[in-house]
Design a protein around this ligand. Structure first.
Ligand SMILES: Nc1ncnc2c1ncn2[C@@H]1O[C@H](COP(=O)(O)OP(=O)(O)OP(=O)(O)O)[C@@H](O)[C@H]1O
Ligand SMILES: O=C(O)[C@@H](O)C(=O)CO
Length: 423
């Protein structure tokens, strides 16, 4: 393995696995596998990039550090020369969150300095300018992310946000230096290191900026950011003669289907609304779930009774609905109960023969995929920016789309099921 990734959630892991497997147009990417947690079994040796999906985004910093270091040691033991710590392109974390602690712990373990921190993902509308994060034309804290159920993002100045989570001062490489090219970026990162800054926010407005940042990072031991930061990395390995550049597999997994949405983001709610117009949908009554009256068996009966019609089950609610429920039951109690409900539902569905599964939401995907225990996933074709089809190996492969809350076009759900079937 050449390149290793530690991703703090499962949708984020398939997002960056997609970027690495795709590489740059005309060049191809690296042969990539996504692992669900630190692999316990040996993996095949023809993998060039390994992406370890953790479910660490919203857990205590000390636990996230411990899990990330374990992942790091596994990647290093499997030959990785470079490691990426992947977090959300909207920098999802709280002021006491774990992006800073994990990045600093990895940097210390690798003796890395002047470490890039760049969440930009322009294809999904996330850009960073003067250390401020934008989602399309809005600052982060006005983009809807201020209402996130677990990590409300209330400050668009991510240097300030990261500083709250970090032990060392946080630096900034501004867009003018990024525009000046890889040599200037490297010089600025060195300068930041010289002034005692360990993590350095790097501005990026477009894919060409990310490719320049990737080129500048050719010999970096550690890079941190969203999936965009990996855009230019496969090309470094190809240029060094270590990889040849490969293209992702076509696939065709047909069979019963289900869509499970636990994300309350604006994009997911839009996709749910669109889907409701033509397909059977079941809105989960969260009060009833909390009372124990609605269970996974109810959801499973609905899905299996609507086989062939792209049935959708969702808990996605508006910000008002989410705050009402959180006020009544507590944020963590709801998240735990719903995650367990989706996990149990997915397990029962796959046992009943479901082979195509779309899951919306990072936490929700983490719960589902952990419950399914499918082993390593291969990366198939891209559905929409940041979301590939992923396929389990073995005799009865399951094709999945693990959709980040805010990703995907309004018709994502149907498109994802079609791509899985090779249509
Ligand atoms: N109606 C609801 N009220 C309160 N919380 C909810 C509701 N529906 C889902 N949740 C919880 O909100 C969280 C949504 O997080 P999740 O990561 O799945 O989606 P997301 O944040 O939109 O996606 P991403 O992390 O990919 O950006 C989950 O923990 C889920 O259990
Ligand atoms: O970077 C992103 O926005 C996504 O890959 C993600 O991490 C959402 O959970």
């Amino acid at each position: 393995m050449l390149l290793g990734v530690i991703a703090d959630d499962f949708t984020g892991a398939s997002d960056i696995a997609n970027t690495i497997a795709k590489g740059l147009p005309g060049q191809g990417g690296l042969r990539t596998a996504q692992f669900l947690g630190v692999p316990r079994k040996e993996t095949t040796s023809d993998i060039e990039a390994g992406v370890i999906a953790l479910k660490s985004r919203s857990i205590a910093a000390a636990d996230a550090v411990a899990q990330s270091l374990e992942a790091l040691h596994w990647l290093l033991a499997h030959g990785c020369r470079q490691v990426v710590f992947k977090y959300c392109s909207t920098f999802d974390s709280t002021p006491t969150g774990n992006i800073g602690p994990v990045a600093e712990a990895l940097a210390e373990a690798l003796d890395a300095h002047g470490v890039i921190a760049c969440p930009a993902f322009p294809a999904a509308g996330r850009t960073v300018y003067q250390g401020h994060l934008f989602v399309h034309d809005r600052l982060l804290n006005e983009s809807g992310l201020q209402n996130h159920p677990l990590n409300p993002m209330t400050d668009p100045d991510i240097r300030r946000w990261l500083t709250r989570q970090s032990r060392y001062p946080v630096g900034l490489v501004t867009w003018s230096s990024v525009r000046a090219g890889p040599a200037e970026i490297t010089a600025k990162l060195r300068k930041a290191h010289g002034s005692g800054q360990r993590l350095v926010i790097v501005d990026a407005l477009g894919d060409d900026d990310l490719v320049a940042i990737g080129t500048a990072a050719a010999s970096a031991k550690l890079i941190t950011g969203g999936s965009g930061v990996a855009m230019g990395l496969p090309a470094n390995f190809i240029a060094a003669g270590l990889a040849r550049g490969s293209t992702s597999l076509g696939i065709g997994v047909d069979g019963p289907e289900a869509i499970l949405a636990g994300s309350c983001s604006g994009a997911t709610r839009g996709q749910v609304e669109r889907h409701q117009q033509k397909h059977p949908t079941l809105a989960i009554d969260v009060d009833s779930v909390m009372r124990g009256d609605t269970t996974a068996s109810d959801l499973v009966s609905f899905v299996l009774g609507n086989h062939g019609k792209a049935p959708l089950v969702f808990s996605s609610g508006s910000p008002d609905e989410v705050s009402r429920l959180q006020g009544r039951y507590g944020r963590d109690a709801i998240a735990e109960t719903l995650d367990a409900l989706f996990a149990d539902t997915a397990r029962k569905l796959v046992s009943a023969g479901v082979r195509r599964l779309v899951v919306a939401g990072g936490e929700t995907s983490g719960a589902v995929v952990t419950a399914l225990d499918l082993g390593a996933l291969t990366i198939g074709p891209e559905i929409d920016p940041g979301v590939p089809v992923v396929i389990s190996t073995g005799q009865a492969p399951v094709a999945m789309a693990l959709k980040s809350g805010n990703f995907g076009a309004p018709d994502f759900f149907v498109k994802a099921l079609d791509r899985m079937a090779g249509r």
